[in-house]
Design a protein around this ligand. Structure first.
Ligand code: ZN
Ligand code: ZN
Length: 385
């Protein structure tokens, strides 16, 4: 009989031939596996009956006026709510209460986004995730930890010297007398320019793609897994962001509201709620834009790199969202369909010899591999580059 963790984790374990990686994942990753099982038992199992109930209601909601209203209003409502909460939190400056409220915001979004995914899903297949909610919860908390470490590294190594070095190029030019909402979006737009090029490099440089593959290993999109990223990606991105931070220097309050906005837009980047986004999809990197980005075929997936805005993709020719079709839901890494799906596995995957397939583009895949990849590909996929 299969062990419970084998049943739970399915086929996406590290293959047998990678003995060292398998040893590390099994024994050094044991405490993380235990945590995944505990979280799965605490978070996923108790909510199952509630989700089943909502799944039943979702069929009744199909085609109703209420669903139409919700599909048009949920995203703008969240943007307005984020702005309101963000400026409320900084009303009296930044205190420990601000930080607490800041930490609670993803939970507030999750409390209505998770049920809405069940009530009006884009893909019913994406409603079933095995143990990934437990893995993503740990990735979320550990991601916050790595962000904190990155912040310390950046301030220790770069920020002071870089502020001085970049001073002649723009420091002091920040329009602090502009409307605060405009300042927030301007800051995100500038930061997103840097995110665009960093994200594009992660896809186009093979060694970096190996690190970014952890994010693309997800086999479904839902509100929580937008934050799944390898620590090396989090740290290297923080170092890269030191340039815009040193250059434009907005106030700490504006930067904090911008992070809240980034969190809320990030939820709609991966959300499985079927929304009528209309022209919002030509402004923000959300909805179908990001579903195409997660295609297993890099010919389509190497597009829509924007973190929050999509305007840089439109400007630099990497925007992909054909008007007359909707993306399918067979996502993942076409070149590495056996990518590990545990926290320990995700952490060590970039260094595993058996993950060398992640390096290759589809033109380099053998016939056998192509047959494997075809299981997760759709016949309507465009040819690989
Ligand atoms: Zn990507
Ligand atoms: Zn993503």
């Amino acid at each position: 009989m299969a062990r419970p963790d084998q049943q739970l984790l399915g086929k996406n374990r590290i293959p047998k031939q990678a003995r060292i990686a398998r040893f590390i994942e099994t024994w050094l990753g044991a405490p993380l596996h235990a945590l995944e099982l505990i979280l799965n038992w605490l978070l996923v199992k108790p909510t199952r009956w509630f989700w089943r109930h909502l799944d039943g209601l979702s069929y009744k909601l199909e085609g109703t006026f209420l669903r139409k209203v919700l599909s048009h209003t949920v995203f703008p409502f969240t943007i307005l709510l984020s702005l309101f909460l963000g400026f409320k939190l900084i009303e009296n400056g930044i205190s420990s209460l601000t930080i607490l409220g800041f930490a609670l915001i993803p939970i507030i979004f999750g409390l209505y986004c998770a049920p809405l995914e069940r009530l009006m899903p884009y893909s019913r297949k994406w409603l079933e995730g095995g143990n990934d909610t437990a893995v993503d919860t740990i990735m979320y908390v550990s991601g916050a930890f790595w962000s904190g470490i990155s912040g310390l590294i950046v301030s220790a190594l770069f920020i002071v010297g870089m502020v001085e070095a970049l001073e002649p190029y723009g420091h002091g030019l920040w329009p602090s007398d502009w409307n605060p909402i405009v300042q927030v979006f301007l800051f995100i737009l500038i930061k997103d320019f840097f995110r665009y090029w960093f994200h594009r490099a992660l896809h186009e440089i093979p060694a970096l793609w190996r690190i970014h593959a952890a994010h693309h290993s997800v086999e479904r999109l839902y509100w929580l897994n937008g934050i799944r990223a390898h620590p090396l990606e989090i740290i290297s991105q923080a170092l890269w962001y030191a340039i815009p931070l040193a250059l434009v220097q907005p106030s700490a309050e504006i930067a904090l509201v911008a992070v809240i906005m980034q969190l809320s837009i990030g939820i709609f980047q991966h959300s499985n709620i079927d929304l009528e986004l209309g022209w919002w999809e030509y402004v923000f990197s959300i909805g179908d834009n990001h579903r195409y980005h997660h295609y297993p075929d890099k010919g389509v997936g190497d597009s829509n790199y924007g973190g929050e805005f999509i305007v840089w993709d439109i400007l630099f020719g990497t925007f992909h969202n054909p008007r007359d079709e909707r993306p399918h839901d067979n996502i993942g890494i076409g070149t590495a369909p056996e990518y590990p799906m545990t926290v320990a596995g995700l952490y060590i995957a970039p260094f595993m010899p058996n993950q060398k397939g992640v390096f290759r583009d589809r033109s380099a895949i053998s016939d056998d591999d192509t047959a494997d990849a075809a299981q997760v590909s759709d016949t309507t996929l465009q040819p690989a580059e």
